[in-house]
Design a protein around this ligand. Structure first.
Ligand SMILES: [Zn+2]
Length: 187
């Protein structure tokens, strides 16, 4: 899972003690690159409409054939709350806005994954699958879910979203200090 070359300048990496932990760090003079590890960040949407939840059926591996909530992976230069709005629109055609963050999953493994689940407010549009990532989409009641092949993690998220009393972690749109490029959220 290591890296051999610097992602910043291309020079070879070599083991170096960084604050007591051996890391792969760049050997070029003046380059501060350290390979901290392999990480990915997923985002998911829980869009509720009249007691029904927006689900999609995965057309690709992993999880092909399973029903999940819409979602995806963050992009290098896109705010996560913009990513989740875009992913919902792309996968289902539904417009929704972020209300807050209701859950977080941590999954340390070869590529350490953190998954952020958003509660979202339905704005408009009828679900239509994109036909690529997902081959079915719709709003489903809790009764309907019982007979569907819903992924275990999605079941957990739906339970959290339904029982969430508050609005979770809210984006601070008017922070007391302006910080360019920061996505700021508060409890
Ligand atoms: Zn370098």
């Amino acid at each position: 899972m290591g890296a051999n070359y610097c992602m910043s300048c291309g020079a070879p990496l070599a083991p170096r003690d960084v604050d007591g932990t051996m890391r792969h760090a760049c050997t070029a003079e003046g380059c501060s690159f350290v390979h901290w590890g392999n990480y990915s960040i997923g985002v998911g949407a829980l869009v509720l409409r009249e007691g029904k939840v927006l689900l999609v059926r995965r057309a690709q591996e992993p999880g092909k054939g399973y029903w999940t909530n819409p979602g995806g992976y963050i992009e290098q230069l896109e705010m996560i709350h913009d990513t989740i709005v875009r992913e919902v629109k792309e996968e289902t055609g539904v417009e929704a806005s972020v209300r807050g963050i209701v859950a977080l999953r941590d999954l340390p493994r070869n590529i350490h994954n953190v998954y952020v689940a958003f509660a979202m407010d339905y704005i408009g549009g009828e679900p239509v699958p994109d036909g690529v990532e997902v081959d079915a989409a719709g709003f489903y009641s809790m009764e309907e879910l019982e007979t569907m092949n819903v992924a275990g993690f999605t079941r957990w998220l739906i339970d959290v979203a339904l029982k969430s009393g508050g609005d979770g972690l809210i984006e601070d749109r008017e922070p007391v200090v302006k910080l360019d490029g920061h996505g700021l959220f508060r409890l």
